[in-house]
Design a protein around this ligand. Structure first.
Ligand code: PLP
Length: 365
């Protein structure tokens, strides 16, 4: 039996009527760029994310850029982030004018290690970007305590963590702002690129909205120099159609993770994802560790099971950051993990039979 890594068609088929009607509505109303569908989605997503303001934009990468520009990041500033993430998190620090400072991850959860943050702070540090990686919240109490002590802003990268909670509180509500990606494969995914930045600060929201829309909210009134990072109506309508299903899809991912946990945690050499106390994990990815990762991946792939490595090279060791001359011993956990992580098939519609197949193949290996 072939088991795909993810299956976007299944989700579409399950709500085809709603999606098709949403797209037809946008075309009928000529509401292609911004407009009522975008306004509606911003309100709906702000409510779902438990924040006052949602500023939609073109993708989750731009969301990070908009947040940092609005927080007035400038050359010479240092921004701390995790060594283990998608490159957007780090690249947008550079593009906003600051210098990226990487921290190692905590051994258990793959998220940034608060002790490493404390050690990385200098007089030039202005902010911290924790990433709720794979769908598990970073240690927000410890991170916010450090931020308050050193008067730093915090932007939470929630691209992989829609609806995840830390001690009952929604991710994205701790820092000054939080960014989301609605890339098609995300837990809430559009049918193209889409993103948002959320905040409880009205002035910051206005600044980010202006930056995303050529520097002004009213046509021809450019108060600052912005960029073009608008959400289009089609994506907004699709996201509005999907949003009411997100809680159920999240619960289905969590149930699938329990099946994997139970089936895999007795198998020698397999380390299942550990969830720290009082954190809810929304399993954008279900990522195990294995000492012979490449051979295991080859075995699964040869038997029809798709897998992925998120990510094959930790950020400090990418050619893009060769200028820093980072050494493995500076990021021991992230460096070790890049050679042993493997993401297994995970999507809301995955069947018990498919999961049993994956588990059995890993057991045989
Ligand atoms: C952690 C993280 N940050 C940022 C992004 C960027 O989002 P996008 O692909 O929508 O630009 C992604 C997803 O790709 C991500 O996984």
């Amino acid at each position: 039996m072939a088991v795909p890594y993810a299956d976007l068609q299944l989700q579409y088929q399950s709500i085809k009527g709603e999606i098709d009607a949403a797209i037809a509505g946008v075309i009928g109303d000529n509401a292609f760029i911004r407009g009522s569908y975008v306004d509606a989605f911003e309100c709906e997503f702000a409510a779902a994310a438990e924040v006052a303001h949602c500023v939609s934009c073109a993708n989750g990468t731009d969301a990070l850029y908009l947040a940092m520009r609005a927080l007035k990041v400038k050359p010479g500033d240092e921004v701390i982030t995790t060594a283990h993430s998608w490159i957007s998190t780090a690249a947008m620090i550079t593009h906003s004018g600051a210098t990226v400072v990487f921290c190692d991850t905590d051994e258990a959860t793959f998220t940034i290690d608060p002790a490493a943050i404390e050690a990385a702070i200098t007089p030039r540090t202005v902010g911290i970007i924790p990433v709720h990686l794979y769908g598990q919240p970073a240690d927000m109490d410890a991170i916010m305590a450090i931020a308050q002590k050193h008067k730093l802003w915090v932007i939470e990268d929630c691209a992989q963590a829609h609806l995840a909670r830390y001690k009952g509180r929604m991710v994205g509500t701790f820092g000054e702002a939080a960014t989301y990606s609605f890339y098609p494969g995300k837990n809430l995914g559009a049918m193209g690129d889409a993103g948002a930045v959320v905040t409880n600060d009205a002035a910051l929201a206005e600044q980010m909205a202006m930056l995303a829309r050529h520097g002004g909210l009213v046509k021809h009134q450019h108060h600052i120099e912005g960029i073009n990072s608008r959400l289009d109506g089609m994506q907004a309508a699709i996201l509005s159609a999907k949003l009411p299903h997100l809680a159920a899809w999240t619960a289905a991912r969590q149930a699938a993770a329990e099946v994997y946990d139970a089936g895999l945690n007795q198998i020698e050499d397999v380390v299942v994802p550990e969830v720290a106390p009082a954190r809810s994990h929304v399993y954008h990815l279900y990522t195990i560790r294995h000492p012979r990762r490449d051979a295991l991946a080859a075995h699964l792939n040869a038997n029809g099971v798709q897998t992925a490595i998120n990510y094959p090279t930790a950020l400090p060791f990418l050619p893009a950051y060769a200028r820093f001359d980072h050494r493995p011993e500076q990021f021991l956990n992230a460096h070790r993990d890049q050679g042993r992580i493997l993401s297994l098939p995970m999507f809301a519609e995955i069947t018990r039979q498919q999961q049993d197949e994956v588990i059995e193949l890993i057991r045989k290996f």
